[in-house]
Design a protein around this ligand. Structure first.
Ligand SMILES: [Zn+2]
Length: 118
């Protein structure tokens, strides 16, 4: 049973890429990240599987996405580091720091690179 709409909700709309000298660039995650593919049409991207894992330090979601333009499959790996430092005596959710990192993997799980932050 697949519910593509639910899987889409798991994908952040944007990631931020650190540029060497020019700060951060905001890019859309609604595009195919496979080499030699320029698909930026979200309707041609079909998330079909999600794997989730979690440990004390981070939670990881791997979202498998099929591109209907190049017929390739890639994996968006979303790694969320849990609160690095939480102030004592604070119940304020917003004071909890977390950091999300996006990696792109190919369909065999080979790391194609650290994309950015979300
Ligand atoms: Zn593609």
């Amino acid at each position: 049973m697949n519910d593509y709409n639910d899987l889409r909700l798991e994908i952040p709309s944007y990631a931020y890429i650190a540029l060497a000298r020019r700060g951060m660039e905001k890019i859309s995650l609604d595009q195919c990240f496979l080499p030699n593919c320029d698909n930026e049409d979200v309707n041609l991207l079909e998330p079909f599987k999600i794997e989730e894992s979690e440990d004390e330090e981070k939670s990881i979601k791997k979202i498998h996405i099929k591109c209907k333009k190049c017929n390739g499959t890639y994996i968006l790996k979303l790694e969320t580091l849990k609160k690095v430092a939480k102030p004592k005596n604070s119940n304020d959710e917003e004071s909890t720091l977390s950091l999300g990192i996006v990696y792109i993997l190919d369909e065999n799980g080979k790391n194609l690179g650290h994309l950015g932050y979300f």
